[in-house]
Design a protein around this ligand. Structure first.
Ligand SMILES: [Zn+2]
Length: 199
């Protein structure tokens, strides 16, 4: 197969047809081949498994990869079925995403700081069984983190500005919008309208 197209992005929808991630064409082919996903044909939204997709004639101008005996059209949108791990879109719990959620503001004193002088505070300290999670971690300035130490928030006489929550998944999706393909537009705008708004 030609390597150039295999690194192109493919939009991944969950079984409710909501976009949850962008993967490479190579990964999309792997999921198709394993039967974990089907291709959504961008014009008519018909679904194809790996074999029926491979048999499909390639319209003029469409990208394809060259297999051993045939050319296979590039899947631009795939939909997963039944794989629970993927069905609920999640934002990866990473340092970068945590800082992004808290907008680089200390969640105790509210001061906005550069990343270097901020730390991650465990609301319930690790020594008291607190875990590293969206709902137990906040960004804190070094001064507030030192003041709180290994204590609970109220033990330290402090207060959180807001309850830490897992950010909505669509915000993870916006990270990829600069790599959008025309065939994704329908699904991406669906996601926009389906995003829960804060009361
Ligand atoms: Zn602070």
């Amino acid at each position: 197969m030609e390597s150039t197209c295999l690194t192109d992005p493919t939009l991944v929808l969950n079984k409710n047809w909501l976009p949850i991630q962008v993967c490479s064409v190579r990964r999309a082919f792997t999921m198709l081949f394993k039967g974990l996903a089907r291709v959504v044909e961008p014009q008519g939204y018909s679904l194809y498994d790996f074999d029926s997709w491979s048999d499909l004639a390639i319209p003029r101008g469409e990208s394809f990869v060259q297999g051993v005996s045939r050319r296979i059209r590039i899947p631009e949108v795939i939909v997963l079925h039944g794989c629970d791990r993927f069905n609920r879109p999640r934002v990866a719990f990473t340092r970068r995403n945590l800082f992004r959620r808290d907008r680089n503001c200390c969640q105790y004193c509210g001061k906005k700081c550069s990343t270097e002088v901020l730390s991650i505070d465990h609301v319930i300290p690790r020594c008291a069984g607190g875990e590293g999670s969206w709902t137990n971690c906040v960004v804190a300035c070094l001064a507030c983190n030192a003041r709180k130490g290994g204590r609970l928030v109220r033990e330290a006489g402090m207060q959180l500005l807001r309850e830490p929550v897992e950010p909505p998944a669509q915000s993870a999706f916006t990270l990829h919008v600069n790599r959008r393909k025309a065939s994704w537009e329908h699904f991406v705008s669906e996601a926009y309208w389906n995003t829960e708004l804060k009361p």
